[in-house]
Design a protein around this ligand. Structure first.
Ligand code: ZN
Length: 427
């Protein structure tokens, strides 16, 4: 199988790619590259048919580890205004996330005794997926969301949202207009923020004296354990574990008092922070997780080397399998076009010579467009039944089981599913 010609019409505009010189959390310059994905397109930049003939933006995707604080992070930062220009991800399209954030709102309300009228800020509030269940419980919840059309949508649905990037200066404005926040939440945004110091200074400005900041981020321990290499893309600047967070928050005058592991996004942590010497007792879960991280060897380079070796072995066996199927005349399609499929296709070198098209039922936005980089067309799932390809490679492989169940008619009609990771498996 030939490598796809992804870079033939690439455009590389240096001014919107910044190479960082120091750790995003602690400022140390002692960083070691652990994984290099080469130059890749933006994972969410699905191409329209008109855009296919135009140059495509690509940027290096290099993961480094800080030798001082252990934070795993991207070397390069793509200008957020470019990165999120075509952003289509809307949380509330997933019933799993709606249920998750409803339970989260219930947890916050009960644990911190949030009463009617209590002021809560959600940073990176998307379409109001957490604001809505908080407001339903009487909480005065305000969102901050940089993607304008998503903020508009939240406002239209009654979830008050400021269309802005969260920063120290915005935090000051919010405080003067609304007063201090009892709780500040930030879910799946800490990985996206290029200036974490500024964000923390904003939290410092805005949080009430005895307030709580709670945030969820994808967990590095899960990434390594479950081979989630495809969650690496330019939007995700940092890959967190607990160890680097403790000194980072301490430097800003905060302390962690609880960490919970939650199953969303392949495995995340929900971290609770208060001002140093705040009212909440420190839960033993923090030390337990720090111990587990040490046992996993996250203070050394070894798990990163072993991880990359597993990804390469995975690639070799998948490429062998797909080449064999194509050589024997089998027709292949893909299933699922999430952002991470861009990283998967790029890493495994899979293009339109292998997959004729990708079906996706997640959102109507993507149907009719083309995958970034590989330019494989994205079509509606009905195509599988009309067209009957011999096999379907599941790109949204974290949802392989429910997806194969939903589309069992495909296998009943003689089709086969291929689960690509952690090792290829034909079902
Ligand atoms: Zn560091």
């Amino acid at each position: 199988m030939q490598a796809p010609s992804i870079l033939h019409t690439s455009l590389r505009t240096k001014s919107i790619i910044t190479k960082t010189t120091a750790c995003r959390l602690c400022g140390s310059q002692r960083r070691t590259d652990v994984w290099s994905f080469g130059e890749t397109p933006l994972a969410n930049a699905y191409r329209t048919v008109e855009e296919l003939g135009q140059p495509e933006f690509v940027a290096p995707l290099t993961v480094a580890r800080c030798e001082a604080c252990q934070l795993v992070q991207l070397r390069e930062t793509v200008d957020p205004t470019v990165l999120f220009r075509d952003y289509l991800y809307v949380s509330s399209t997933s019933p799993t996330f709606v249920a998750h954030f409803d339970a989260y709102a219930a947890h916050l309300t009960e644990r911190f005794h949030l009463r009617a009228g209590t002021f809560v800020i959600d940073i990176g509030s998307n379409d109001g997926i957490l604001l809505k269940p908080l407001r339903a419980r009487g909480v005065r919840a305000l969102g901050v969301e940089p993607v304008a059309h998503i903020a508009d949508r939240a406002n239209a649905e009654g979830a008050e949202t400021l269309p802005a990037f969260f920063s120290r200066s915005l935090a000051r404005e919010i405080r003067s207009r609304y007063g201090p926040a009892t709780v500040i939440t930030a879910n799946n945004v800490f990985a996206h923020m290029p200036d974490l110091d500024d964000a923390l200074q904003g939290v410092q400005e805005l949080l009430a004296e005895d307030g709580v900041c709670a945030f969820e981020v994808q967990y590095l321990g899960d990434l390594l354990e479950k081979n989630l290499f495809d969650i690496v893309y330019h939007e995700h600047l940092c890959y967190y574990h607990v160890a680097p967070l403790v000194p980072f928050f301490a430097r800003h005058g905060f302390e962690l008092f609880d960490v919970q592991r939650v199953p969303v996004h392949g495995g995340s942590i929900r971290v609770f922070v208060q001002r140093a010497n705040g009212p909440h007792p420190t839960e033993t879960r923090i030390q337990e997780l720090l111990d587990a991280e040490r046992a996993q060897g996250l203070h050394t380079l070894e798990p990163y080397r072993a991880f990359w070796q597993r990804v390469q072995t995975n690639k070799e066996s998948l490429v062998r399998l797909l080449s064999h199927l194509r050589a024997s005349g089998k027709r292949l399609a893909g299933y699922g076009a999430p952002a991470k499929a861009t990283t998967l296709l790029q890493t495994f070198g899979i293009g339109p010579e292998t997959l004729e098209y990708i079906v996706d039922d997640d959102t109507k936005f993507k149907q009719g467009r083309y995958m970034p980089g590989s330019h494989i067309p994205i079509v509606a799932p009905e195509r599988l039944y009309r067209d009957r390809p011999d096999a379907c490679l599941i790109l949204a492989w974290n949802f392989a089981e429910p997806l194969m169940h939903t589309h069992r008619r495909f296998t009943q009609q003689g089709g086969r599913f291929i689960v690509p990771v952690p090792e290829p498996r034909i079902v």
